[in-house]
Ligand binder design. Structure first.
Ligand code: BYC
Length: 469
């Protein structure tokens, strides 16, 4: 295992050439992946030169190389962080014992399910975003979209490597199915809710990369703690790439917010009349994508989460920050629904781990929203964007059976039906936002509804030709 990535047909740092059977199996999967990419990847841009970063090493510094690439020629490969000798389980029933290099038989199904669920989200997001290349607000944004897309494709490779290497025939079948399910398809949908939602315009794309990719950060970080060492090492390198995706989301929304605040200062402050996205509409898309992403953490009280922790497969975010790693006898104080009422109770910690991870995620989202509010303040605008209550608009878990306002007050289904269009994008909002989506493909030019970025990619100016005509 080296930090440097080889220049083979499937670039890797896992000595693929030393395992001919695995190499053949993955080389047989590769053309199917390319077919899927051509059918379901970014529409209309496959033959263009895009200024993309490609991983060339797994070192913290200097792991990426930037150059023009046609997307189907992108070097999708298998990159694991180097093995740490002497690593031990950091949590759960096996804490302190050496980590596993092979799948332990008794946890095989649970582990496969985790790897498949993680893997499924990667192609799903590419499918959700495949039409966005027709309407990018600038070449800079267009390039960022494609960067996110090719890296999600690589993250699929990461999970497929694990399936092929460690799960035998079942794993190979799962790898095939990852290319067969389709986002939003009624018969063969993607596994998790948010990955079947349409991402039909750039405001949704930015909210998705802000909130849904951030779920990715937390789930990957929890899997990066795994006592199944190949999974931990794979997820650690994926996290390196993930940071840029969240940057695209957070800075994308920040630029839309900034533009709205600027337009509020001219022509009587009617943002829509001047071709911007008004702040109440931004709030509605925030409400939508944040809550869809909250669902991705699973049920509030979950025996699956307890089992995954006990068996050492999935830890907490930054497990070593916690003083105790077995969680026997400890509890987590959280809101639950009891006899139709919201009450706060102590729940056995292992069963509350989905909620523990969601709570960390919520804090991270709040930090991002605070930065957007700082932008508004700097523009002299007193509108404040807010994360809705965690019970609002939930479709998975305890809060999915009752209805809540964005402030967390329980309401009836009738009231919800009357008011939800004030809180979540309605058809008129969707039509309006879509009406703004017109491609702007002159280097350095921006659509009316978004402010320019503070700086370009890889130290280049914003006027650089990030995608060649
Ligand atoms: N939609 O005990 P429960 C990313 C299912 S994003 C539909 O409550 P559990 C990315 C669940 O599967 C990160 N179904 O929850 C971002 C179970 O089904 P079965 C992706 C759902 O099992 C942007 C049942 O409900 N990675 O990387 O503890 C772009 C009861 O489950 C949902 C992962 O998620 C849902 N939202 O945990 C690209 C990590 N939620 O088994 C990429 C791997 C739950 O009864 N996955 N269900 O049929 C996991 O750790 C867990 O599976 C979950 C749920 C966190 C998803």
């Amino acid at each position: 295992m080296t930090a440097v990535i080889t220049d083979e047909k499937i670039p890797n740092n896992v000595d693929l050439a030393g395992d001919k059977r695995l190499q053949r199996a993955l080389e047989a999967w590769q053309p199917k992946f390319i077919d899927w990419w051509k059918e379901m990847g970014p529409e209309g841009w496959q033959a263009r030169d895009i200024y993309l970063r490609t991983a060339i090493s797994v070192e913290t510094d200097g792991w990426a190389h930037f150059d023009y690439v046609k997307m189907p020629d992108y070097r999708w490969g298998i990159f694991l962080e180097p093995k740490q000798e002497g690593r031990v389980h950091g949590f759960g029933d096996f804490a302190g014992q050496p980590v596993w290099d092979e799948v332990p038989g008794e946890f095989r199904n649970m582990l496969r399910r985790l790897v498949v669920t993680q893997g499924d989200t990667e192609p799903a997001s590419v499918e959700q975003q495949r039409h966005l290349g027709a309407t990018a607000p600038s070449l800079y944004d267009l390039r960022n979209l494609f960067q996110v897309n090719v890296e999600e494709g690589r993250h699929l490779w990461a999970m497929v490597y694990l399936l092929h290497t460690y799960f035998g025939r079942d794993g190979r079948e799962e790898a095939e199915e990852l290319l067969q399910r389709r986002s939003g398809d009624a018969d063969k949908p993607r596994i998790l809710g948010a990955f079947n939602e349409p991402t039909s315009h750039w405001l949704s794309f930015f909210m998705f990369t802000m909130f849904t990719d951030r779920d990715g950060k937390y789930q990957l970080a929890a899997l990066a703690e795994s006592g199944f060492d190949p999974l931990a090492r794979t997820c650690r390198f994926m996290l390196t790439e993930e940071a840029h995706h969240m940057f695209v989301g957070e800075s994308g929304v920040q630029r839309v917010v900034k533009r709205a605040a600027e337009l509020m200062k001219s022509n009587g402050g009617d943002v829509r009349a001047q071709g911007g996205v008004d702040l109440p509409t931004i709030q509605k898309y925030l409400n939508l994508w944040y809550t869809l992403s909250l669902d991705l953490f699973g049920g509030e009280v979950s025996s699956n989460a307890a089992d995954a922790f006990a068996s050492g497969l999935k830890g907490r975010y930054k497990e070593d920050r916690y003083p105790e790693h077995k969680l026997i006898g400890s509890t987590f104080s959280m809101e639950i629904l009891k006899d139709g009422k919201v009450v706060t109770e102590d729940i056995a910690m292992r069963n509350a781990l989905n909620e523990v991870l969601r709570t960390e995620y919520i804090k991270d989202c709040q930090r991002g929203v605070d930065r957007w509010n700082k932008t508004l303040k700097d523009e002299g605008c007193d509108f404040v964007l807010k994360l809705p209550d965690h019970k609002f608009h939930r479709q998975i878990g305890m809060w999915s059976t009752t209805r809540y306002t964005p402030d967390g007050q329980m309401i009836t289904a009738e009231e919800w039906a009357k008011r939800s269009g004030d809180w979540l994008p309605n058809q008129a909002d969707e039509d309006y936002v879509k009406s703004l989506m017109k491609a702007v493909y002159e280097p350095g030019k921006m659509a009316s509804w978004i402010a320019p970025p503070i700086k370009g990619i890889n130290g280049l100016p914003e006027t650089f030709e990030y995608v060649k005509p």
